[in-house]
Design a protein around this ligand. Structure first.
Ligand SMILES: [Ca+2]
Length: 314
């Protein structure tokens, strides 16, 4: 909506000559025996949309009396497994899977929680919460509560309560919100942090877009710069992610991919998660923005990394 009249599109589309029975049989054959035929899995599963993959799994279950997703988890390993299994989950189930893995065991992958919860729509969050409870028994709120802390936790819990308004924008409210945001950035008490969080987590994206313009008028500063200056830690990162998603979601993910590829070495999990989750939403735009902003294409950056790895192997 706010993406400068760009057409928002993914890179994966429904296959027009889709035949679930033929695909299920081909996959059945590929998974027979000790070694599985990865090329067949790649050829089929990357060339079908998520809804078609769900139909393949259903047909496969009918043919072989086995859960395809569970069988793939058993048969595959490494990053190949991460990608294929990611493709075989429905989008809410995949988000739930990623959130659960980000929190289970020692430590927490805060960046995964931020990427998912700051970018998903209210209906996405409702669905992923349901999927989370179905898959893991616990409620997402409870797990976030026990795995994170401080104002960062309050922000995440606020997001999963799905209180965000839809659509409506009001210039008067934008002025009020901008003043409250400005005061919060100047005073920085716990109470002001709550105020800031409540605005960013509960107002509609359209309202926030206008709030941020007013903030610029009132303070002479960009809201993202003000947040960077006034807050720190994961709380700051969460707020910045929300601001960035309000303004331009594909641009947020282009930035996250670039960081995952460059700043932290190569963070496979983040790269896989973004590519799989955005493949039918806005991956085309993410690719274009990546090239525009960083000079090199995503394709080029992957090739460099894998060429390097291949050379090391020899
Ligand atoms: Ca943990």
């Amino acid at each position: 909506l706010f993406c400068h009249d760009r057409k928002i599109q993914g890179t994966v589309f429904p296959n027009p000559s889709f035949d679930p029975m033929m695909d299920a049989q081909m996959i059945g054959g590929a998974l027979q025996g000790f070694e599985c035929d990865k090329d067949v899995l790649i050829d089929i599963l990357t060339q079908r949309c998520n809804a078609q993959r769900m139909m393949i799994a259903q047909t496969y279950a009918g043919l072989y009396g086995r859960d395809l997703l569970e069988f793939l988890k058993e048969k595959l390993d490494g990053h190949f497994k991460d990608v294929i299994v990611g493709l075989m989950y429905s989008p809410p189930a995949y988000d739930a899977h990623e959130l659960w893995h980000a929190m289970k065991g020692a430590g927490t992958e805060e960046n995964c929680l931020i990427d998912i919860l700051a970018s998903r729509t209210t209906s996405d969050i409702c669905q992923l919460k349901e999927a989370y409870t179905m898959q893991y028994g616990n409620s997402l709120d409870q797990d976030i509560y026990s795995e994170t802390s401080g104002h960062f936790r309050d922000g995440l819990i606020n997001l999963v309560q799905v209180l965000r308004e839809e659509g409506y924008t009001d210039p008067g409210i934008a002025m009020q919100d901008a003043m409250a945001l400005w005061e919060a950035c100047q005073r920085r008490t716990g109470e002001h942090k709550n105020m800031l969080q409540m605005i960013l987590c509960n107002k509609s994206h359209q309202q926030l877009f206008m709030d941020f313009e007013q903030f610029q008028n009132v303070s002479g500063q960009d809201i993202a710069d003000a947040i960077s200056e006034c807050f720190d830690g994961y709380f700051q990162q969460l707020l910045l992610a929300i601001v960035s998603c309000v303004r331009d979601k594909p641009s947020y993910f282009a930035y996250r991919l670039h960081r995952a590829i460059h700043d932290f070495g190569f963070h496979n999990k983040t790269v896989i998660r973004i590519m799989v989750a955005r493949s039918e939403i806005d991956l085309m735009n993410i690719k274009q923005l990546y090239k525009e902003r960083y000079g090199k294409s995503l394709h080029h950056d992957f090739k460099v990394i894998y060429t390097l790895l291949l050379v090391i192997c020899n």
